[in-house]
Ligand binder design. Structure first.
Ligand code: NAI
Length: 331
């Protein structure tokens, strides 16, 4: 048995977390949970978005399954997600977007894994009000952070038998910052002659992704482009309800759905828990529990394929509860 930390967030967070933990238990995942409420509700009651005990639990267990948190827009709040990624140096944000033949989209056979640098770029959150009508935001790109995410992308490509890594950038305009990222990509790419290394400008990538997404394999990019482009890839495969992610560092690992707290559908029992469930599968794979992850993935595929019990975001009529029960029945 391994103890992991679980954060139940805001909006649909608690519903999808409960659903996913039930499925993990039904699959006999060898896990025990330390579960914490984090986010807006916790803040309102106890004055902290993440209680100290929740941080301490993650620091002890090193593995976190996290559901989405509402980030108030505007002054006074740093995104909790950005805080977690920085505090625990979770530098590699890996977001696999793979078509499922059972989910109808205009884009068949998409299989793209985005490697997003997770700790710097504009997300360092350094903004300065120069005068009443002018704000400066700081974009940071360093050799250290760029080299490790780019190396991870190439190593993953090699380990998974993938063919190509695309560096996504805007070095034609941001000649120094993205220029550094691109030059490091070219240096590291030269060490992987078995993998094709190409680079493309981010606006072109967005256009190509909706014209011919099948040309992309592994993509690596700085933080902001990774955030935006990976949401685009979720649209290619049927929406945010289907895009899982891992956030990996040297010592800690956090697994979460890419989507947010979806306040528009919270409490209605219609949220799609698949993205968080597949994040749970990535977590099990990270822990070496390949058989159990495989079993869950097969059960989900069967339910999607069969088609009568899927959630409204992918065209079905089932509730979250009914969808989960269908998965558990197959386990
Ligand atoms: P969102 O991802 O919560 O929702 C966008 C749209 O996708 C909504 O129509 C929503 O209903 C739908 N959707 C998302 N997940 C779904 C699911 N599992 N099943 C069915 N439909 C789903 O993005 P939005 O509305 O921009 O953000 C809401 C809040 O979430 C904000 O406070 C934002 O800061 C926060 N957020 C948190 C993240 C995290 O904790 N990792 C990531 C992204 C946003």
């Amino acid at each position: 048995m391994r103890t992991i930390t679980v954060f139940k967030g805001d909006g649909i967070g608690p519903e999808i977390t409960d659903a996913v933990l039930k499925i993990l238990d039904a699959a006999k995942a060898p896990l025990e949970y330390e579960i914490f409420r984090v986010g807006a509700a916790e803040y309102e009651e106890n004055g902290a978005l993440i209680p100290d005990a929740a941080f301490a639990s993650f620091e002890k267990n090193k593995i976190l399954l996290k559901s989405p948190i509402t980030t108030p827009i505007g002054k006074g709040f740093r995104s909790l997600n950005v805080t977690l990624r920085e505090k625990y140096d979770l530098y590699a944000n890996i977001r696999p977007a793979k078509s499922n033949s059972a989910v109808a989209t205009p884009f068949p056979n998409v299989d793209i894994v985005t490697f997003r640098e997770n700790t710097e770029d504009l997300y360092v959150g350094v903004e300065e009000q120069v005068d009443q009508d002018t704000v400066h935001a700081t974009k940071i790109i360093t050799r250290k952070a760029s080299a490790r995410i780019i190396t991870d992308a190439f190593q993953y490509a090699r380990a998974q038998g993938r063919k190509k890594v695309t560096c996504v950038h805007k070095a034609n305009i941001l000649k120094q910052s993205d220029g550094l990222f691109l030059s490091i990509f070219k240096e590291i790419g030269a060490d992987y002659p078995d993998i094709e290394a190409e680079d493309k400008i981010v606006d072109n990538v967005c256009m190509q992704l909706v014209m011919r997404p099948q040309q992309f394999d592994i993509m690596v990019m700085p933080n902001l482009y990774g955030d935006i482009v990976s949401d685009l890839t979720s649209g290619l495969i049927g929406g945010l309800g289907l895009l899982p992610s891992s956030n990996l560092g040297k010592d800690y690992a956090m697994f979460e759905a890419v989507h947010g707290s979806a306040p528009d559908i919270a409490g209605k029992n219609i949220a799609n828990p698949t993205a968080l469930l597949w994040s749970g599968c990535m977590m099990l794979e990270h822990m070496g529990e390949l058989d159990i992850a495989g079993k869950i993935r097969r059960a989900v595929d069967e339910v999607l394929e069969e088609g009568s019990c899927t959630t409204p975001d992918i065209g079905g009529k089932a509730t979250t509860t009914e969808y989960c029960e269908a998965i558990m029945a197959r386990l």
